[in-house]
Ligand binder design. Structure first.
Ligand SMILES: *Cc1c(COP(=O)(O)O)cnc(C)c1O
Length: 296
């Protein structure tokens, strides 16, 4: 298993005509480059959990996810690196053809246990695992420990330099971590990738330790819902790649880049703003798209 390469993380400056026109500067923190499987925010969200599990002498990590989950693959790979066993409770019956993500998770040593959608929703642990002494991590890594780990993402940039820090949000754990690590001059903008997930603000607040910090959640760029997309998103992602050389994924970072581009266009950010976008990884999920859909 390949080690995580923190030296590969870079801050890339984007220069496209729109930014010049609107007098906005934009950098991208490239967490996607640190590892092919444990990419982006997932390592930061998992790391303290794995350390805690070891402290508690647990040998096995158990968590939940869907067939294309970045969290599932990252957990499998991170456990492999930490020499921990991993169990993934997977939503839906086992299909004859496993997704690429699940094939890789299994190849990395994760034991996959499939449960029906109702049991998955209720987070029911199958009876076959009741005797197993595992350390539990929430679906998507939601929670305080994940947020504490995610706060260290900002160690990889000069946060004082930015007026705005922008990220994609699923559970909001990374967003909370960024808020907790930010300085007073930063304002955090999270793009929700789920449809009408209006509880997200409260969930983020439940993990935030510096309550006076400014943040906003924008709900207008979900493209139909979680892991849904429209041709316009794919076109944008291909265009963004050809202009900036930065690849994105259609579940999270594609929606983030699209949203921020649109918000800059519509003068959401004042002239003189300096934005940092968190490239939170997740590129492996693009393998669920038909070949040729994306140019990268
Ligand atoms: C999981 C994930 C997110 C969302 O992180 P949360 O902490 O759940 O909000 C964002 N981007 C990528 C690429 C992810 O895999």
């Amino acid at each position: 298993m390949q080690q995580i390469n923190f030296n590969a993380i870079s801050v890339d400056q984007v220069s496209i005509p729109l930014l010049k026109e609107k007098k906005v500067e934009l950098d991208v923190l490239r967490l996607d480059k640190m590892h092919p499987e444990i990419s982006g925010n997932k390592w930061f969200k998992l790391n303290l959990h794995l350390e805690q599990a070891k402290k508690e002498n647990k040998k096995t990590i158990l968590t939940f996810g869907g067939a294309w989950s970045n969290h599932i693959l990252a957990t499998a790979a991170a456990c492999n690196l930490h020499q921990l066993e991993s169990i993934g409770i997977i939503r839906g019956e086992e299909s004859a053809a496993l997704s690429f993500t699940l094939q890789q998770a299994a190849a990395t040593g994760m034991k996959l246990v499939f449960v029906n959608r109702t049991d998955y929703r209720d987070k029911i642990i199958p009876a076959s695992l009741h005797n197993c002494d595992y350390y539990h991590i929430n679906e998507g890594g939601f929670g305080e420990i994940g947020a504490t780990g995610a706060a260290t993402i900002l160690n990889y940039c000069n946060k004082e330099a930015y007026s705005d820090i922008c990220c994609a949000a699923g559970t909001g754990t990374m967003t909370a971590g960024l808020i907790n690590a930010s300085v007073a001059s930063n304002s955090i903008t999270a793009i929700s990738v789920l449809k009408n997930n209006f509880e997200l603000e409260e969930k983020i607040k439940s993990l935030v330790t510096n309550q006076q910090q400014r943040f906003s959640v924008i709900h207008d760029y979900h493209f139909g819902g979680y892991a849904k997309y429209k041709p316009g998103l794919i076109r944008f992602m291909n265009g963004y790649y050809s202009h900036t050389n930065i690849p994105s994924d259609f579940v999270y970072t594609g929606k983030l880049f699209f949203a921020i581009d649109d918000l800059i266009r519509t003068n959401y950010f004042a002239p003189g703003s300096k934005l940092l976008l968190i490239h939170s990884g997740g590129l492996q999920g693009n393998r669920s798209l038909n070949k040729g859909t994306l140019i990268f």
